[in-house]
Design a protein around this ligand. Sequence first.
Ligand code: GAP
Length: 453
Amino acid sequence: MGELEVYEGTATIEKVAALGRRRGFVYPSSDIYGGLGSAYDYGHYGVLLKQNVKAEWQRAMVQERDDIVMLDSAIILHPQVWVASGHVGGFSDPLVDCRTCKHRYRADHIGDAACGRRPSKHPGETADCDLTEARAFNLMFETSIGPVRDEGSLAYLRPETAQGIFINFKNVTSSLRVKPPFGIAQIGKSFRNEITPGNFLFRTREFEQMEMEFFVPPAESVKWYEYWIAERRRWYLDLGLRDTHLRVRPHDPDELSHYSSGTSDLEYLFPIGWSELEGIANRGDFDLTAHAEASGTKLEWIGHEERYVPHVIEPAAGADRATLAFLVDAYDEEEVGGDERTVLRLHPRLAPVKVAVLPLIGKDDGLVGHARPLYEELRKVMSAEYDDSASIGKRYRRQDEIGTPWALTIDHQTLEDGTVTIRDRDSLAQERIPIDGARALLEDRLRQPWQPR
Ligand code: GAP
């Protein structure tokens, strides 16, 4: 099959954002004050979904391996960190101002931008446009430490989690049982004063990263670079992304960051087109060498008969961008029995709620007497919801919209033979199972590989 050029599906970024808001996944931030452009607050189901994304990353990176350890470094680091890393000097985008409409554009994105006065044109295309020369705009947010605001108090909010890992190389190697090849993984917030944020969660100024720095003997760097590209691709596929929507794109030499001798993007086919989901970079010894020189602390591996500065392979993912990709991929609209239904076909391990327990009639004491204890048993081991309001059809639709893979319905037959129906979100199939076996069955299904469509 040839590569897809455009997104094929019912999702658009706008529809996913509207569902997100309506069903309590993601709200525009500072809403009652008119919003703060491209900033979002996660609601209940969004928190659960993003937490599951991060938990699956940590499971694959740390729990199911024995060569990667975790770190949670500070957001505000010594300002010299960002000088040594090259961010103070070089972490910038080329910026262009229009003196007429006062809008600002990324010089390298002019072709995608709309003119401030005539949105059907690109900036610079009308006689009125008066664009400045491009100048470098540093993307780091500045802050200050302590009560006096002067040059000595200047600090930055981290623009990536990676540097917190490099500066802890010595702490980790001297306190934990690690030996190259080994990795240090970190999940946490990063901040970039993006010139053109947008497309919902895709590009924001405050976002969460999931980064891992894998330290290897220099001669093994190419092997591990290829290994991590394949491994990270598999992670997304195992969690249900369609493989026709995922591709690996190696960077051209002129695209490479200052630290990289090779980078490949894992790209996802968003409704806005193919875009970076995660970058996997071969950073060589750039970072450890730079921090060793700037700090005066040797950052090297010393084995029994060897001593070297490890090379680093870095899979760098975004938790919010991954959450958006999973939402877009899962979003579906279809007609069922003459009715339109919206469903999130999320992988069960990502779904914010795993099971809904529904008494057929909410006010029937006999049914409730079976439904409540079942729900209370299930919620001890998985995220579960109890719903006794509205018609059963409406309750199913509500669960479909938040991606709940299974619903257990307690009806009058339950009172006779101790069985309940289990409804499958995707196939809509219903089967009867013993109420006593429901918990074990669901726990087993959550462990099984899952076939999206
Ligand atoms: N340490 C390397 C690094 O930070 P990056 O490609 O700039 O590399 C890694 O960022 C990932 O972080 C991206 O692939 C993306 O998923 C996420 N990311 C970067 N900037 C973002 C933004 N402004 N909003 C949301 N996610 C972002």
